[in-house]
Design a protein around this ligand. Structure first.
Ligand SMILES: [Zn+2]
Length: 168
């Protein structure tokens, strides 16, 4: 069982063990935002196990930092779906401005694309190829570390829990 540790400003920091959580509580470094409903029995007392803790003091965050560019991180940003047709198979990276025309490996210039759509677009720009993004409001952008953490929390189902607890 894991306990969610939040920063003082309610941003997510980490999942920690119950043992570590109880130590932080004993040292008065955290307040309990929500209990799990479980009890740990020791020789001398019954201890309510926390589910969500929040630090008393703000820890400086790296979460606003930019994620470094990589093919995998572009795919994480785009939820491992081709931005043109939505498939999750045979994925690759497509350059908005083709590399042959000076387009670079940046988040603003790369999108997740399946091999078929990639070949269809070829060495052309979107407009030249007459293609569109599946999500019409989509524009390739530079994600932050916090966004990636949220995506991760979402994928393990913790994000919903935090929303329900009124934390996000
Ligand atoms: Zn596609």
């Amino acid at each position: 069982m894991k306990v969610i540790l939040l920063n003082q400003d309610y941003s997510y920091i980490n999942s920690i063990t119950v043992r570590r959580a109880l130590k932080l509580i004993a040292k008065k470094k955290v307040t309990v935002e929500k209990y799990s409903g479980k009890i740990v029995r020791t020789v001398t007392e019954d201890i309510a196990v926390p589910l969500i803790l929040r630090l008393v003091y703000l820890v400086r965050q790296i979460y606003r930092k930019a994620v470094t560019w990589s093919k995998k991180n572009v795919m994480v940003r785009d939820d491992f779906e081709c931005v043109y047709c939505g498939t999750g198979k045979n994925l690759n990276i497509d350059h908005v401005i083709p590399r042959s025309k000076g387009g670079r490996n940046t988040f603003e210039n790369t999108v997740t694309s399946c091999i078929d759509c990639n070949n269809r677009k070829g060495d052309r720009t979107l407009r030249e190829a007459g293609m569109f993004y599946k999500r019409h409001s989509f524009t390739p952008y530079q994600p932050t570390v916090m966004e990636f953490i949220r995506k991760h929390l979402d994928s393990i189902g913790v994000y919903d829990l935090l929303v329900k607890a009124g934390i996000y």
